[in-house]
Design a protein around this ligand. Structure first.
Ligand code: FAD
Ligand code: SF4
Length: 559
């Protein structure tokens, strides 16, 4: 692909702020709000690639209110508050193909208790937080993707550049061309969520992950259903593990009742799965046919679909947070508590913590240096306390499989609650892209056809994510080596991108279909829901997720 020569393009216009924040998720907005609470005169800009704040947010979500309580202590009195359903019951099941075994609540470590938490849409929480931030004077630019980090001569980050608009598929400049902008800040916060594209660059450039365990991920697929009101139990929170995944594949389901007859149902597959013929999307579709789930959804209507990667490395994988000129906040650093499947509270707390260290730096007229005090603070903060206790849950599950790993993880969480662990701090071993076995070494998984009532295909699902991109633009899923998918990934793994992508972006088509000859790798980039799974799981690490034109991607209604 020929890209326009940057030197031949008009110079970018620039704007200067005290703080530029990339990403209007809970972390970025909490940082902006907290900073304006402490330093009302600070100029703060948040850039968001979604068409509006919340458009790209996908979460469960059962939300621990610790973050909101600290950020906006009066939030429960706000008539517009986005969370109104409190958890009323908390159930955990181990599933077999047709049966289920409830796990007694008394076996669960206290930290797994959802009492006092809220069920709702994190996307709607974010929309509400964006309004609060704007009321405090924060500028929010939705529809602008931060495409590039800007550096000064000393190598410190001095802001970001938004992507150019109006560049055609083959790199030609169209009539609609608009040059991106330089958004410069004394400090730049990366709040892009799991596997942020600029965060990935900053982590590599400043070796922020040196001495840390590799970051681990899962892919979470989610649907919202409107169900028969007679079956709706507001505040019921249900998790399962086991079927349809085998013992070597980590993951499980979540199912939350909230609002007016709404159910949020989702499935997470840990991305260290080994079988390249596994399709997380189809595991989710199959899961809904379990009698316990089918009975609940029967007669209901699916109203939304989406997918997003979730960080799973926890305590031992969090990179160094501060770098010259900025810092990572929220899931860009990976603050999810995996056994609780919760990260939004820590996203908010980390945004606040960072802001609390930014404010004195701004007051001291500092800029473009490292916020060392923020780096030092997180492990002894409530975020560190939350993550440390559960640090072995994921490695034990990966090492011993579901049947043994989950009880061992439970035991370790109990002993950690009492202040010790038999396992110390376990490592994660390989990164997720290195876990696939060769096609020749596995039994291929076959999936039943969707019935169109409980289970669906990818095109009709992507339709419900309201995903749209300008079609005449360079493909934002950049192959470092275009030969690898067909020359290497196809013979070795059956090209797993066809299966792990939850949006049907990747296909292998054959010039001679009958004889499976002349394979070609096709990228339907316009379907991408920005989950980032390809960037994580491609075994050759050959796919680089870059930002498409701003406002492209899903338009989630309330995920
Ligand atoms: C399936 C699933 C279920 C979950 N369930 C729960 C749950 O029940 N409870 C819970 O607490 N947590 C849950 N989590 C985790 C929770 O969603 C995350 O911890 C939380 O969203 C992290 O917040 P964040 O602000 O760091 O990132 P995000 O919420 O991902 O927000 C990042 C924002 O930055 C924007 N962005 C990214 N890159 C750029 C760029 N280059 N330019 C401009 N904008 C950019 C994105 O569009 C997005 O709006 C779940 C996650 C998943 C995937
Ligand atoms: S192309 Fe990559 S980021 Fe986009 S939906 Fe597919 S796996 Fe996710």
């Amino acid at each position: 692909m020929m890209m326009p020569d940057a030197n031949a393009l008009p110079v970018r216009e620039g704007m200067d702020y005290d703080v530029v924040i990339v990403g209007a998720g809970p972390a970025g907005l909490a940082a902006a709000i907290r900073l304006k609470q402490i330093s009302p005169d600070a100029s703060v800009l948040v850039v968001e690639k979604g068409s509006e704040a919340g458009a790209h947010i996908l979460s469960g979500a059962v939300i621990d209110p610790i973050g909101l309580d600290r950020l906006l202590p009066d939030w429960r009195d706000d008539p517009e508050r986005p969370l109104t359903t409190q958890v009323s019951a908390d159930k955990f099941y181990m599933l077999g193909q047709s049966g289920s075994l409830p796990l007694p609540a008394m076996l669960m470590p206290p930290l797994m208790n959802n009492h006092g938490n809220f069920v709702g849409s994190l996307g709607n929480v974010v929309r509400w937080l964006a309004a609060k931030a704007e009321a405090l004077g924060v500028e929010i630019y939705p529809g602008f993707a931060a495409a590039e980090l800007l550096y000064n001569d000393q190598g410190a980050v001095i802001g970001v550049a938004t992507g150019d608009m109006g560049v055609g598929k083959t790199g030609e400049v169209k009539n609609s061309f608009t040059r991106g902008m330089e958004l410069r800040g004394r400090y730049t916060l990366l709040a892009e969520g799991a596997r942020g594209s600029l965060s990935k660059q900053a982590i590599a450039k400043f070796a922020l992950d040196a001495g840390r365990e590799p970051q681990k991920y899962g892919i979470g697929l989610k649907e919202v259903w409107e169900i028969d009101p007679a079956k709706h139990k507001p505040g019921l929170v249900q998790h399962t593990f086991g079927w349809p995944l085998d013992n070597r594949t980590g993951g499980g389901s979540f199912l939350y009742h909230y609002g007016e007859s709404l159910v949020s149902i989702g499935f997470v597959v840990h991305l260290n799965y080994e079988n390249p013929t596994l399709s997380p999307f189809d595991e989710f579709q199959r899961f809904k046919h379990h009698p316990m789930i089918a009975e609940l959804l029967d007669g209901g209507r699916r109203i939304a679909y989406g997918a997003r990667a979730i960080t799973e490395g926890g305590w031992q994988s969090v990179p160094k947070l501060a770098f010259p000129g900025g810092a990572l906040v929220g899931c860009a650093a990976g603050f999810v508590n995996v056994p609780r499947i919760k990260g939004s509270h820590n996203a908010i707390l980390s945004g606040m913590l960072c802001a609390e260290h930014l404010a004195p730096a701004l007051a001291a007229e500092r800029s473009h240096d490292e916020l060392c005090a923020y780096e030092e603070a997180w492990r002894v903060s409530d975020i560190g306390k939350d993550l440390r206790k559960v640090r072995n849950a994921k490695p034990l599950w990966s090492k011993f499989g579901t049947l043994l790993g989950i009880p061992l993880g439970g035991l370790d969480m109990w002993t950690n609650t009492l202040g010790f662990s038999f396992f110390g701090t376990m490592g994660h071993g390989k990164p997720d892209h290195a876990s696939l076995k060769k096609l020749s070494d596995v039994t291929p998984i076959t999936y039943p056809r969707p019935d169109g009532k409980l289970s669906f295909d990818k095109p009709s699902s992507v339709f419900l994510s309201n995903t749209s991109h300008e079609e005449d633009q360079p493909v934002h899923l950049v192959l470092k080596n275009p030969e690898i998918p067909v020359a290497k990934n196809l013979p070795d793994f059956g090209e797993p991108a066809r299966l792990y992508c939850p949006a049907g972006v990747y296909e292998v088509v054959y010039g001679d279909e009958a004889n499976r000859k002349d394979p070609r790798f096709v990228i339907n980039a316009q379907n991408c829901v920005h989950c980032k799974t390809c960037d994580i799981k491609d075994p050759a690490q050959n796919i680089n997720w870059t930002t498409p034109e701003g406002a492209g991607g899903p338009n989630y209604p309330g995920m």
